[in-house]
Design a protein around this ligand. Structure first.
Ligand code: NAD
Length: 260
């Protein structure tokens, strides 16, 4: 029987990360679920994924704003399950404000969690993947890694950075059986997006429905939110043999947003 592979998914107690954890558990991968908290419900998420899919799933608390935690997460995963085959850098936060009012501590937090954490986890995971002669690094970037929107200076800067890092890492690992790619979703209706609706209402002086219609879905030619399952399925595909030669690029799932 082939060895079960391990997928580490940062920020996976909610939204896209949780859907990716579910998709991998459903395919019988060993899965590390992560967030920065250590609440009973975090452990319950891992337990319920394990029970639902008869899979090995563990919760590991690690704060992706802290460099040491990022590296420790990878080390604990390897210790628990014997390897780190897939790393999905998914943890992310958002803050919406004009640049002249953007709180400096929010800038720092967004760059740390959305960009720098991926550097630390990737740096820690590559030696383990090189030993295996196989690995997949998937960075959950964003349409905002390709184009900008007003009031999101830190997020857009971080996601553009993620795409730059994706290409660089891909070149460095290309002969080691490892690939590094990014997924660039448009708007997915997760808690992260829900939370920015009030700020967008304030920034644009619009009601909720107008923000969804005229700020968010205005960008997406299909006029529909992306689903978390669509992003998760793409992550799984990037780990398949069919995707072995996809390296150093991004897959857009944005209903055509960045085609304009
Ligand atoms: P979400 O808020 O639903 O989930 C974010 C996850 O990250 C949660 O599990 C949260 O606990 C975790 N997290 C936050 N801070 C953390 C920290 N310091 N350490 C560890 N974990 C932390 O958000 P989401 O919409 O699912 O976003 C996931 C990723 O997808 C992010 O990188 C986001 O930028 C990206 N993305 C989201 C959308 C969208 O429309 N929702 C679009 C494009 C890209």
């Amino acid at each position: 029987m082939p060895r079960k592979k391990t997928a580490v998914i940062t920020g996976s107690t909610s939204g896209i990360g949780l859907a990716i954890a579910k998709a991998f558990a459903a395919e019988q991968w060993r899965v590390i679920v992560n967030s920065f908290t250590d609440a009973p419900q975090d452990h319950a998420i891992a337990r319920s994924l394990a029970e639902e899919h008869a899979a090995e799933v563990a919760y590991v608390q690690a704060d992706m704003s802290r460099s040491e935690d990022c590296r420790t997460l990878v080390a604990i995963a390897a210790e628990k399950f014997g390897s780190v085959d897939v790393l999905v850098n998914n943890a992310g936060i958002q803050h919406v404000a004009p640049v002249e009012e953007f709180p400096p501590q929010m800038w720092d937090a967004i760059i740390a969690i959305n960009l720098t954490s991926a550097f630390h986890t990737t740096s820690a995971a590559i030696p383990l993947m090189k030993k295996l002669g196989w690995g997949r690094i998937i960075n959950i970037a964003s349409a905002h890694g390709l184009v900008a929107s007003p009031f999101k200076s830190a997020y857009v800067a971080a996601k553009h950075g993620v795409l730059g890092m994706t290409k660089t890492v891909a070149l460095e690992v290309a002969t080691s059986g490892i690939t590094c790619n990014a997924i660039c979703p448009g708007y997915v209706l997760t808690p992260l997006v829900e939370a920015q609706i009030p700020d967008q209402m304030k920034a644009h002086d619009m009601d909720r429905e107008a923000v969804i219609r005229e700020v968010m879905l205005r960008k997406q030619p299909t006029k529909q939110f992306i689903t978390v399952e669509q992003v998760a399925a793409t992550a799984l595909f990037l780990c398949s043999d069919a995707a072995a030669q996809i390296n150093g690029t991004h897959v857009s799932i944005d209903g055509g947003w960045t085609a304009e």
